[in-house]
Design a protein around this ligand. Sequence first.
Ligand SMILES: Cc1cc2nc3c(=O)[nH]c(=O)nc-3n(C[C@H](O)[C@H](O)[C@H](O)COP(=O)(O)OP(=O)(O)OC[C@H]3O[C@@H](n4cnc5c(N)ncnc54)[C@H](O)[C@@H]3O)c2cc1C
Length: 486
Amino acid sequence: MEEVVVVIVGAGPSGLATTACLTLFSIPNIILEREDCSSCLWKKRAYDRLKLHLAKKFCHLPFMPHPSTTPTFISRKAFIKYMDDYASNFKLSPNNVRSVESATYNDVMKRWHIEANQKEVYVAEFLVVATGENSEGYIPKLTGLSSFRGEVIHSSEYKSGLKYHEKEVLVVGCGNSGMEIAFDLASHAHFVQDPVNWMQFHVLNKEMVYLGMFLLKYLPISVVEDPLIIFLANFKYGDLTKYGIIRPEKGPFYLKAATGRSAVIDVGTVKKIKVGQIQVFPAISSIKEDGIMFDKGKMHQFDAILFATGYKSTANNWLKMKHMHANGEASNVEASMGLEHGGGGGFKQQELWAAWGRSKSSNTLEEKGIACMGADRNIVASTGLWHICSQFVSHWTCLKVIEIEEVHAISLPDAVQAAATACSIRSMDYIYCLNNDGMPKNTFPNHWKGENGLYCVGLSRRGLFGVSMDVKAIASDIQMVINGKE
Ligand SMILES: Cc1cc2nc3c(=O)[nH]c(=O)nc-3n(C[C@H](O)[C@H](O)[C@H](O)COP(=O)(O)OP(=O)(O)OC[C@H]3O[C@@H](n4cnc5c(N)ncnc54)[C@H](O)[C@@H]3O)c2cc1C
């Protein structure tokens, strides 16, 4: 077991910048990284022709701006070099090949217990989640996908179009990755593109984005967006409706700030769509062994389907709770209480509520972090579960309702076991900072700080620019907490 003040999970740009800042503040910390290298998204899971979409002045980490000799838009290779230089300049040495499997808060000891590789245990006062918005590729569930005989890949596995020479490839998804990979493939493959249901997006080029971001420092969004950037985009690209691309009503910078959705930064794809080198198909209705059926009854055969359908954060899978009772006994059950089919004879929300009222004062159960999973969204507990619930009245904020089978017929030990089993699936320490999607619970700019010394960095959908902001806020906050105790 290793004790340290701060454990950072993930050695991408977020984790490296956090350790650099904490080290400058002389705060002891370590990074745990599941892969065998740092910045592995850029080294292993990005395609060859990738260039940073944003200008270099928005893509550096704290204390190390890019030199004036670096081009405005940096290639993937140059960015990897920058990240490696950052690590060696600040003498950063992440602990690689340490996959964090669980992190639980012990509210008796007031410490986080972090477990990696099934056997290593780390204990820390502060835990920083730096595992990224792109932890795992997301592929939507589509009817018939498992029967497709061709290749199915996610954009994170794509390197270049060379492998697809003369092949028919369907790219699903029209975000930045989908559009750029489509462009790359078009030089090799016979290629089509399917916009699924993301047809409403802005298309800009990187110079327009740069200009907009620069002007937004000095001018309001209403002056920059409509009159200028959208005018330039319309002038360059014209009306793209007939190619299935519709410009949303709200502007690109407004949408980025309000929803996190980026405009598509065109690398030449629109031109290839206009000349028919890339076809735009309607949404997929089903997938067959050797082809795809699109809406409007169109069928087409493909050799491969490439999903550029985004990523998901996985932090809520490993952030768990192992609760300590007041008597010091550890238990796995208290994070969640289950009820789904708890109908007849069970306790109703009002009764739980009344019990809560006797123990502490609160207005709503939800305020205390209690979720109800019953189909009718009623909190309904069996007698067995009620016994468990009542044990945890003093730890009420830990209580969460999850699904277990037939709770009304269950004995207390079985209910404990069922809740414990369910806990391992639906654990919930992430509620101190994150929502069910592993993304920040609080909205920007208050997203980075949770409770009990839990922080998240790089999850604000603001790229490397957002990473820098988070890191500075987190390092200062940890320093303040530590100084406050001295
Ligand atoms: C194709 C692509 C292009 C992009 N282009 C830009 C751009 O131009 N500009 C920009 O600002 N942003 C861009 N981004 C966003 C980019 O991901 C981030 O800006 C940056 O990589 C975020 O760094 P991060 O450290 O938060 O996440 P990541 O780089 O994803 O790093 C997270 C790290 O956590 C590790 N990890 C995950 N789970 C565990 C675990 N359980 N235990 C231990 N380690 C774990 C991962 O292995 C990884 O090393 C792009 C993203 C993609 C996918």
